[in-house]
Structure formats: structure tokens, C-alpha cells
Design a protein around this ligand. Structure first.
Ligand code: HEC
Ligand code: HEC
Length: 384
């Protein structure tokens, strides 16, 4: 054998060793990548859609047809022979009301307001900047841009107002209700303007247009299945923030951060919203109540794994996140009350407001971050 040939052979063997090495590495990468992707909600959802069975497509088509019949029938009401009988409620494969698809959004003038409303809902920090005093978005709690059943969907809310609310002991219009979520969930008192949008503001009109459109084909004055968050009976064992801490570390911290501070992308915008601290909802928000948060969490968290916690775990982890400081209940400073007085007046429900935990009274509140980093979900609407 010539020297050349020996060398060729060796190099050939060397190459095949490398080939095996590369193949091995690729296999490991694929397994790791597959595991990570498999855990990601979006991918799972995409796969879900890709494997959508015939029944789901059929339900979609039926829902679209029901909407079409609804539009036609209501447009022709009063004409001879047109009756409401035969109208059916558009229903998705999951059995809940099916709001219209994004692709069905009207393109004409009313579509503009609907579209603006959607973008405010996804990213109020950018599209209603003056009235937002934290880093949350409406869609952080009302998931899927307000479409998700059991996450207080807007198609279910749209037909329920005007309605009496115990919180302010009066009839609330939809504008009042939105004003409430700005004031407490979005912490408007610490926003650049110092409050929610003024009465009659275009922001309310746009949001209402969007909700109204989502509810196309839904009956009015009817509490639809999937409305609000599920209400869970308190477990026999009550709720316990120490047990909740363990649930939090295992099931939530990965996304929301060890200290519930959320996670920001490289531009400082939140990919995972904060659960407590200066950038979260304030002490007056519905979500600070342990029962309300438990219902939301049970049905929606961890994201992509709904209904995976036990009812007990949901209550405990809700107690844990709501035992931490957050911006003050705006009614307390506004009405010149002490925390104890505000506790007696506004907090006769399940929560820690005004309690002494680990030697400190909670509810005093932490200030909003003045740099006001907006949330990352959604598109910025150009100045009108
Ligand atoms: C921190 C979470 C959170 C954020 C952020 C939030 N909300 Fe809410 N919202 C709630 C809770 C809690 C309720 C009460 C749900 C219930 O009673 O079951 C609610 C209820 C509502 C309702 C009434 C729903 C119904 O079925 O009666 C509307 C409308 C609403 N929110 C609009 C908004 C808008 C608009 C924004 C953004 C400007 C917003 N919310 C931001 C938590 C939030
Ligand atoms: C896979 C990541 C992930 C995990 C794990 C997760 N969340 Fe979330 N959570 C999110 C995202 C993202 C949102 C905002 C949803 C949106 O905008 O679509 C959210 C929203 C929330 C909200 C409402 C918004 C806010 O900031 O207050 C609460 C409360 C919440 N999560 C609690 C929990 C709890 C408690 C757990 C553990 C049981 C948990 N989450 C686990 C990703 C996650």
C-alpha cells in the first residue's frame, strides 16, 4: 500500500467518526429542542391546530354559518316572513360561544374603531399610555385578546351591561366597568394623567366597539357559559400562603420570576407580566382577592396547562401572590383613610389587605415605576 492510500483510509475513518459524532450531537439537539418546543404553549397550540380533527373544523364552519344567518336575519327583521326562530348561537368545538375570527373584522369605518379597541386591549401601555400606571395589559388577565372562555371573555361581558355592581353600589355601564379595570387592574392613579380615561373618551368607545363585535351572534342579558372566572368554593383546609410558596416555586417562578417581578425582553418590555410589586395590579383590583385569583389561576395558569392545579393548590398559590405588596388601593389615599380604615370599609372579603404578616402591615402599597415600561403584547396604533 502506498503512503497516499494509507492516509486516505485514515482520513476516511476519521471522517466517519466525525459523521457519527455529528449525528449523535444532532440527535441530542433534536431531543432537547423537541422537549423545549413541546413545552411551549404556542407550538402546542399550532400543533393542535395542525391536527385539528374534522369535528373542530365542522364546529368552526357551523359557527360561521350561525353568525351569517344572525347578520342576515337581524338585517331583515320586520320584513315579511322573517322571524327570529331558527337562529342558533355560534358555538366552538370546545362548546363555548365562538366569537368571530380576526379575518371577519369589518374592513369599513366601524372596523377602524374595532381594530383600535383590540390594540388598546392588547397593549394599553402603548395605546392608552396616559391612563396606565403599571406594566400590565388587559389581555394579561383576559386572555387571547379577550376571547378565552373562563378568563372573563369580552364576548360574554358585552351583553351584560348596564348592570348593578356591589363594589360601587350603583348601575354600571360598560364604560364604568372599563373605568374600574383602568383604575385598579391598570393602576391608573399612578399613570401620567393620574387617573382613568375621562368620561366619553374615544378609548372607551374603541374598546366597546371591539367587545360588541366579539359578541356578534351572542344573546344579550344572558350569562353565557365561560363568563367571568370560575368561582371555586374555598377548600375545607382554607388557604395558606406558605403552602402556596411551594406551588409558586414549582409551577410559576419559571415564567413570572422568583420574586413575582415578571420577565422582560431585551427592550425592557414584559414577556411575562409581574404578579406583585410596583408594576402589577393594585390593592383595589379584583385580582388581589384570593378567591378571584384562585378561579383565574385554576382555569388559566400555568399558561398552556389550564385546570392542571388542584383547587387547593390554586387557592394556596393565589394566597401567596396576594400576600405581597403592590400599589396602594387608590381609595385609601384619595379619601384620606388609614389602611385600617380602608380595610374596614372596602376589604371585607378574602385577602390580606391590612393584615400583619411577618411583623409588617401589608396594604400600605409600593409606588409605581415612573419610567412606566409598557407591555410587549400587541401593536402600537399610530397617532390619529
Ligand atoms: C390584573 C388582571 C386584570 C387586568 C390587567 C384587567 N382586568 Fe378586567 N377584570 C379583571 C377581573 C378580576 C375582573 C372581574 C371578573 C369576575 O368578576 O369574574 C375583570 C372584569 C372585567 C370586565 C367585566 C367582565 C364581566 O364579565 O362582567 C371588563 C369589561 C373588563 N374587565 C375590562 C378590562 C379592560 C378593558 C382592561 C384593560 C384596560 C382590563 N379589564 C384589565 C382583571 C383584570
Ligand atoms: C409558561 C409560562 C407561565 C407559567 C408557568 C405561569 N404563567 Fe401566569 N402568565 C403567563 C403569561 C404569558 C401571562 C399573560 C397572558 C397573556 O398576556 O396572554 C400570565 C398571566 C398571569 C396572571 C395575570 C396577570 C398578572 O400579571 O397578574 C396571573 C395572576 C398569573 N399569570 C399567575 C400565575 C401563577 C399563580 C402561576 C403558577 C401556578 C403561573 N401564572 C404560571 C405565563 C405563565
Amino acid at each position: 500500500m502506498s503512503d497516499d492510500k494509507v492516509q486516505d483510509k485514515e482520513t476516511g475513518r476519521g471522517r466517519s467518526v466525525y459523521r457519527w459524532l455529528y449525528a449523535g450531537l444532532l440527535a441530542i439537539l433534536l431531543i432537547l429542542g423537541g422537549t423545549v418546543l413541546g413545552r411551549m404553549d404556542t407550538v402546542a397550540r399550532l400543533l393542535g391546530v395542525a391536527q385539528q380533527p374534522g369535528a373542530a373544523r365542522l364546529a368552526d364552519e357551523k359557527a360561521a354559518k350561525a353568525r351569517e344567518t344572525f347578520q342576515e336575519t337581524t338585517a331583515n327583521l320586520g320584513a315579511d316572513g322573517v322571524a327570529l326562530a331558527g337562529l342558533s348561537i355560534p358555538t366552538g368545538a370546545d362548546g363555548y360561544f365562538a366569537p368571530p375570527l380576526e379575518s371577519e373584522m369589518p374592513s369599513k369605518q366601524d372596523g377602524e374603531s374595532i381594530r383600535r379597541g383590540r390594540e388598546i386591549f392588547l397593549n394599553p401601555g402603548a395605546n392608552a399610555t396616559d391612563y396606565v400606571g403599571n406594566s400590565l395589559a388587559c389581555a394579561n388577565c383576559h386572555l387571547d385578546a379577550g376571547r378565552r372562555a373562563n378568563a372573563a371573555p369580552m364576548w360574554a361581558a358585552a351583553g351584560l351591561y348596564p348592570k348593578y355592581r356591589g363594589k360601587n353600589d350603583q348601575i354600571n355601564t360598560m364604560e364604568d366597568r372599563i373605568n374600574g379595570c383602568f383604575t385598579y387592574s391598570m393602576n391608573a392613579p399612578q399613570s401620567p394623567s393620574g387617573g382613568p380615561p375621562p368620561a366619553g373618551d374615544q378609548i372607551y368607545k374603541d374598546l366597546e366597539s371591539y367587545f360588541h363585535w366579539l359578541a356578534t351572534g351572542a344573546p344579550n342579558r344572558t350569562k353565557l357559559p365561560g363568563q367571568g372566572f370560575p368561582s371555586l368554593d374555598e377548600p375545607a383546609d382554607g388557604y395558606d400562603r406558605t403552602r402556596g410558596q411551594a406551588v409558586f416555586a414549582q409551577r410559576c417562578a419559571l415564567c413570572h420570576g422568583e420574586n413575582g417581578e415578571g420577565r422582560q425582553d431585551i427592550n425592557g418590555r414584559y414577556a411575562f407580566p409581574p404578579l406583585w410589586g410596583p408594576d402589577s395590579y393594585n390593592w383595589g383590583a379584583g385580582m388581589h382577592r384570593v378567591n378571584t385569583a384562585a378561579g383565574f389561576i385554576y382555569a388559566n395558569m400555568p399558561l398552556g396547562q389550564p385546570f392542571s392545579l388542584t383547587v387547593q393548590e390554586a387557592w394556596d398559590v393565589a394566597a401567596y401572590i396576594n400576600s405581597h405588596e403592590r400599589p396602594p388601593d387608590p381609595r385609601q389615599p384619595a379619601q384620606g383613610l388609614s389602611v385600617t380604615e380602608a380595610d374596614a370599609q372596602f376589604h371585607q372579603h378574602k385577602g390580606y389587605y391590612g393584615d400583619t404578616l411577618d411583623g409588617t402591615v401589608v396594604g400600605v402599597g409600593v409606588g409605581a415605576d415612573p419610567s412606566g415600561t409598557p407591555s410587549a403584547t400587541g401593536i402600537v396604533v399610530p397617532e390619529q
